[in-house]
Write a protein that binds this ligand. Structure first.
Ligand code: ATP
Length: 297
């Protein structure tokens, strides 16, 4: 069996406000990986998700999933969306407003599938106490938990998420990212996640695909894609947000979002407990002495 879960080669035409734009996308996603799909508005990110899901037909292309072919324009093969093993999560939750949380999940069951999975997911997503409420009686974060649980009812091996946490406040976004990572560890599905949030990319993604005007311009790990300059910070007072932090021999190697760029910082080990991802800080770094102040988490 191939290590690639998903293999995508698509040629399509985007009909933009400024005219027709050719879309050309080729990439492979390995089993269990989380891929962030990012890039400016109108680049074609949502269209790519819809093409992978089978909701729209490309002009030409091939898509394989595990050992199955979902699409092959040469043989006119097009497996319909409902027969591709995919879960979907959108920014606006897209829940049925007239159904309770439990019924929203039950509605997603496949024919002959045991409803036991619904209770498992309600438990795993912390929704068991809210199962009899309707979506309007839930916060945005709770509604997105329901949407995530519902997307996992059929135990998909691929989850497509279109800016799923963008409408949530930072704390709720962080909680939902954690929940996604936890479910991902337990169930080992792969994810393609459209996001503009740099913290989210570094926190969640194994791979980043950057898209512009219908084409992938960069593909690689977050560090490969974003970290192409090292910064001398000696003597500077800087303000930033921690993205990652890990031991590197006898120092802490952190990446941080500073002045609209990703920077690499080398800091004394004793800051380890303070420098968690998501923390914002000021740092005065001079001659090997770093004076770090945490602003908020
Ligand atoms: N089915 C389609 N076929 C061809 N073109 C489309 C289709 N759907 C949308 N478009 C056009 O393709 C362009 C890209 O749209 P898309 O929604 O994929 O961008 P996006 O990168 O997701 O942007 P955003 O970040 O704003 O959501 C837009 O100009 C849009 O009008």
């Amino acid at each position: 069996m191939s290590d690639n879960l998903l293999d995508v080669h698509i040629r399509h035409t985007l009909h933009t406000a400024h005219g027709v734009l050719p879309m050309e996308v080729d990439f492979a996603l390995a089993r269990g990986q989380i891929m962030a799909l990012t890039g400016p508005s109108g680049a074609g990110k949502t269209t790519l998700l819809r093409l992978i899901a089978g909701l729209i037909h490309p002009k030409t292309g091939r898509i394989s999933f595990q050992n199955d072919r979902w699409l092959d324009s040469r043989t006119r093969l097009h497996i319909p969306a409902q027969d591709r093993h995919i879960g979907f999560v959108f920014q606006d939750y897209a829940l049925f407003p007239h159904l309770t949380v439990r019924k929203n999940l039950l509605f997603a069951l496949a024919k002959n599938q045991s409803p036991a999975v619904v209770d498992e997911l309600l438990e795993a997503t912390g929704l068991a106490q809210l199962a009899d409420r309707k979506p309007a009686q839930l916060s945005g974060g709770q509604q997105q938990r329901v949407a995530l649980a519902r997307a996992l009812v059929r135990k998909p091996e691929l989850l497509l998420m279109d800016e799923p946490f963008a409408a949530l406040d930072p704390e709720m976004r962080y909680q939902l990212q954690d929940l996604l990572l936890q479910l991902h560890r337990q169930q080992a599905f792969s994810v393609i996640l459209v996001t503009h949030d740099m913290g989210e990319i570094f926190r969640l993604a194994d791979r980043v695909a950057m898209m512009e005007k219908g084409k992938l311009t960069h593909f690689g790990t977050p560090s490969e894609v974003y970290l192409n300059e090292q910064t001398a910070t000696d003597g500077l007072v800087i303000y930033g947000e921690v993205l990652t932090c890990e031991h590197h021999e006898d120092t802490l190697a952190a990446t941080a979002w500073i002045d609209g760029k990703i920077r690499r910082l080398s800091l004394p080990l004793h800051y380890e407990n303070q420098l968690r991802p998501g923390v914002t800080f000021t740092l005065h770094y001079a001659g090997g002495n770093a004076d770090l102040r945490i602003i908020e988490t």
